[in-house]
Design a protein around this ligand. Sequence first.
Ligand code: SF4
Length: 471
Amino acid sequence: MLKPKKGEIRKPTKTISGVTPVAVMLPPRKCNHGACVYCPNLNVPQSYTPKSPVVMRAMEVKYDAYRQVVDRLKAFKAMNHPTEKIELIIMGGTFLEYSEKFQNKFIKSCYDGLNNSESGSLMEAQKKNESSKHRCVALCVETRPDVCSDHIKKMRKWGVTRVELGVQIIDNKIYEKVKRGHTVQDVVQATEDLKNAGFKIGYHIMLGLPGSNIKKDLELFKKLFSDSKFKPDQLKLYPCQVMPCSELEKMYWKKKYKPYSREKIEKVLIEMLKLVPKYCRVMRVMREIPPEYLVAGTIRIDLRKEIENELREKKSQLKEIRYREIGFALRDKRDINLDLDLKITKYKASKGDEYFLEIVNKDYLLFGLLRLRIVTPNQVGLKEGVSSSKEGNKKAIIREIHVYGQALKLGEKGKKLGQHSGLGKWLISEAENIVKNKNIKELSIISGIGVREYYRRLKYRLKDTYMVKKL
Ligand code: SF4
């Protein structure tokens, strides 16, 4: 690897949103339901290839979680990236289907890796991480919608704050055709339970699955945001590709399936991006598949950049979060207006009220956001998580607070924004006001282990894995 020059950050986009993502790969294990038709079977973690960078790194250390974390931190340091605020992402297969003993050990090893020392128990490792040099500010687990709700309590014990659901499409006929082994109702239930327990939710969406077409893809995509049963906070958009040793490969050679062409993918993606509302972040578009593992499909992983450049040139305004984040505007050396305002959008989702608070400038660039959920009790997730408030009949939980502070350091204008260093407090105090006005006496925050100290300074106290404040 080339050594960066003094002050240079290699691949700055990796940490441009303010946290440093550390992906930890699970050892290979088959999913319990069998295999989805498009999933490759290559003796590596399911749905990955032996040449995927994260798989190669994991194989080098025999999938040891501790060593994966330590090595990744070293690599980020060598590239001059900050390593204080870490988001751990557990990848490969369905983690929640591994044995509980394995799960607990794996998660503990991740915290041990961040702490650079071995603790006697998961609790001890987490306690250490609260004040460690590399704090876990977020922990993400990927899972299937039908393997989710029963694991909520366990996920909170591990410190999980975000769950990515393999949704792909919301159509039962297509689920059957591609052998997903779950239904749309599973998606609805998992979404509701996760939101009630305060998790941030991402959906993986697949374009061009067998049985679908452009019209159907777009209709169902629209439904993700018009139907209150879905409304994810984040999305990853992947076109269906034909990979070796998958059932789809056989279908392809028998001419029973053809993936979308590059032009079709571009067309659908542009329409999809235009439909994403302001409260949702498109985390990724396209999946990096080494060309030698692609039987048919497109390898254009930089398609998003091209599409966004085209849209910017046409002055099309996308509402989705990533497109508006301040970090990207600084990277592209755009002029930035520093008069900031707080905007609140209220919407109904999964039988609750969501308040999306965002700090923006007049060009609608995003500097910070908060997701507050208010919901009536007696729902599964709530039983598992959010503390109850006897005084009011409703409960309130902050599902996400994100200030794009780290990104500001990447650009000179960060210095000018020193006066706004309290963006997080501003967002939290507005959320507290909303909750107080509804006569709810308690506010919970789902918190990464490494952010607990910050909330303690704001008078929140640890209660059942949540940070809670009496209002
Ligand atoms: S659920 Fe995911 S990992 Fe499991 S077979 Fe399907 S695509 Fe592969």
